[in-house]
Design a protein around this ligand. Sequence first.
Ligand code: SAH
Length: 414
Amino acid sequence: MRTKHEKIQNNDVAIKKKDVNKRIDPKNNNEKLTQLCRYQKKCGGCSYIEKEYEKTLKIKQEYAEKLFGHFCKVSKIEGMENPYFYRNKVHAAFGRDRKGNVISGIYEENSHRIINIEKCMIENEQADEMICYIKSLLKSFKIKVYDEDTGYGLLRHVLIRTGHITGQVMVVLVLSSPILPSKNNFVHSLREKFPQISTVVINVNDKKTSMVLGERNIVVYGKGFIEDILCGKKYRISPHSFYQINSVQTEVLYRKAIEFAGLKGKEIVIDAYSGIGTIGMTVSEYAKEVLCVELNKSAVKDAIANAKTNQIKNVKFVCDDAGSFMVNMANQGEQADVVFMDPPRAGSDEKFLSSVIKLAPIKVVYISCNPDTLARDLKYLVKYGYEVLKVCPVDLFPFTEHVETVVLLHRTDM
Ligand code: SAH
């Protein structure tokens, strides 16, 4: 993917600074922006931030057509009306620059050097302000930032999740030890400045690892999770749970997936790689029964609580490897009519895909955040008796090279 994109990028003309305001919707208070992104060269997160948004959609559309066009016609990519500040989850690593000043932000591409970020064009703006404020509090609270080389210091990362509809905010302070000095005063200062913060959690990460979160969470304020509403249903989101980072486009994506499935209300449906159960619960209105399978225990715990909150009775949750679960189902002669699958970036695996073939659902709706692994997996499913009927890219990650794709497959013998 990169080679093609780089090629297109080189042939492209970067937009001029004076054009920037024209492209940004003034209704969204963006008039104050005078340049797109100060960090673009170092960060590498948004490879397309200097392009016209429409042009970035065209690049993604063409790539989808190249990969999937031989299966069927690729629908027009679903873009965003306002493609800025969409990330509801913002993560900042803390450290020091060469002069010893505390900095916080994203790692430079392919390195562990931190870029000091004050305002990112795709992150929730309020979350960025909170991170800057936390940085300004550190000195007076005598909180030392963690040094990756020496293992000395306390604050490693800050993670902020914001409910798109509810506005609830969760601040996760990732510390190398469970003790935060003057914990209550620190939380008080944070909440005084940002009363919308509904929960503060200390996550303990005492390992020399590049993983952001450690296993242990200590709730220091509020419930330890936030709630948000997606496709009309309420979800509880814990620090460790997967939740799509672009809420507006997730609704577009799920609606497209439901449209593709064409459910009549009598189907047994599997939601594989289900996270906190968002697809399964959205689909539950249109199906007889939904089985959600997910490996992450805390996500399954959230999913069970979510079903209760939404009074959904026709959804079951299983904490298991999706492949093992499907193999068991197929071995026991159980049946499913439709399988929704939404694996991580690495895609699915042969264990899972071969059990799909064995279980033989009439339809498979494959949702993918990586077109390359999607193309590989589709090839397998097509080889063993499915045909690709519909493909639609959805721009879940504007200005980055990433794109989500939803695909409908149908058994050829039905
Ligand atoms: N469908 C959800 C989550 C998709 S992300 C949503 O739209 O929000 C992919 C999910 O797959 C993650 O929650 C991850 O924990 C889970 N996962 C990864 N490997 C898995 C496996 N082998 N079996 C089951 N779930 C897995």
